[in-house]
Design a protein around this ligand. Structure first.
Ligand code: ZN
Length: 398
């Protein structure tokens, strides 16, 4: 068994311990078990601590057999004797803030919406809780978030007590004590929440600073709530404020007007896109007679070969020319787009052959029957492809 100093002294950062077991995993990596440790192993939704043992870096901490804590280290640690340990305090305190914040937020969802937490997950970026129950909306999130932050502002003390099973009846616990436990470790937020828990916690709710819900989503029958606490919440605010400010500067408006302005720009952009499409269509219609005049006869059919700078115009021309009986149109654009179409009354299986020719020139795409839409990587080879397909069509139709 390893003595778990992190449970007794969660604010302590350095310790001495005796190595009781050690084994090599691979080159430069070892597993070490100590008689006691400050390193919290990954469990109960809380992430593992990081830090150093002697000169070695602790890269992982997990629960081992016989109630031990196993440290995975990179570097040399003596196989026996004493070793100095030191945990990464910034990382640990962040975990304490997220974890304790979860206690407060979970209770707040019960108080404001009768929504019990069924699981908790701590990530390096954000944390989530899964809530049971329906009737979940933005207002429910807001109510719980407001209550959680009121509890933070009231700076309520947080106590950890070892309570014999017989005395637990007097406490209203948020979760049952696990089977087989005779003395429960109860973590309480004064006059607000009590739960059996073996994580690390801050001493008072004021140390949480801020509890911020980022978003909520339905996951099967549950509601998943993403949140950040303390320094993470501040960093998140900083980052998002920076983005909004940069957008405001770019749009020469105030931060409060950014959304309105972006919505207006999106509407304008949509209208401009629609107008561009209409104008392209009109241009195609106007251009069609000249192209048909330039068409070259192939048997009883005519073949139009044309190249334009604009791919959208090329696609519109293809649609137009497809309606002209006896016509085969081979059209290319500067960006490498090539569209081949035949009128309905032309029986020519063009797609397979044209696709194969495009692949020969480093292109892709395909189609069916008398229609093929192709794309060459190298736009400069469009004329070459059009000529190859033209020669094939002329041979087939003559
Ligand atoms: Zn806890």
């Amino acid at each position: 068994m390893t003595q778990k100093l992190y449970l007794e002294e969660p604010y302590r950062t350095a310790f001495e311990a005796v190595v009781v077991a050690s084994r090599t995993l691979d080159a430069g990596s070892r597993e070490v078990v100590l008689d006691r440790t400050l390193f919290y192993p990954e469990s109960g939704g809380q992430l593992a601590d990081a830090g150093t043992l002697g000169e070695a870096r602790v890269t992982g901490v997990r629960e081992g057999a016989d109630d031990t804590v196993v440290h995975v280290v990179a570097g040399e640690v003596p196989g026996s004797g004493e070793v100095q340990g030191s945990i990464d305090w910034a990382r640990r305190f962040d975990h304490m803030q997220q974890h304790t914040g979860q206690h407060v937020l979970s209770r707040a969802f019960i108080e404001t919406g009768k929504l019990p937490t069924v699981s908790f997950h701590m990530g390096d970026e954000t944390c989530t809780i899964d809530l049971e129950g329906s009737g979940f909306d933005d207002a429910a999130v807001r109510r719980a978030e407001d209550l959680a932050n009121r509890i933070v502002a009231e700076n309520r003390p947080i106590a950890v007590n070892l309570v014999p099973l017989a005395e637990l009846d007097q406490l209203e616990l948020r979760r049952k004590v696990p089977e087989g436990v005779t003395i429960a470790r109860i973590v309480s937020v004064a006059e607000f929440d009590a739960i059996p828990c073996c994580g690390t916690h801050v001493r008072s709710t004021g140390e949480l600073g801020l509890v911020k819900v980022l978003r909520a989503e339905r996951v099967k029958q549950l509601s998943r709530v993403h949140f950040k606490v303390g320094a993470r919440a501040l960093d998140d605010y900083r980052e998002k404020h920076g983005i909004v400010q940069a957008l405001a500067n770019r749009l020469t408006t105030s931060a409060g007007d950014v959304l309105h302005k972006v919505e207006r720009m999106a509407e304008e952009s949509q209208a401009a896109g629609k107008r561009a499409k209409q104008l392209t269509q009109r241009l195609a219609e106007a251009h069609k007679p000249a192209l048909l005049q330039r068409a070259v006869a192939a048997g009883s059919h005519r073949v139009v070969v044309y190249r334009d700078a604009d791919a959208a115009l090329v696609r519109a021309l293809a649609t137009e020319l497809q309606t002209e009986s006896g016509t085969v149109a081979l059209l290319g654009a500067d960006d490498g787009t090539v569209v081949c179409v035949t009128a309905r009354d032309v029986t020519l299986d063009l797609a397979g052959a044209a696709s194969a020719m495009a692949r020969e020139l480093g292109g892709s795409g395909g189609g069916k029957g008398g229609f093929a839409q192709l794309k060459l990587e190298d736009g400069a080879r469009v004329d070459e492809l059009l000529e190859t397909i033209r020669a094939y069509v002329a041979k087939q139709l003559s």
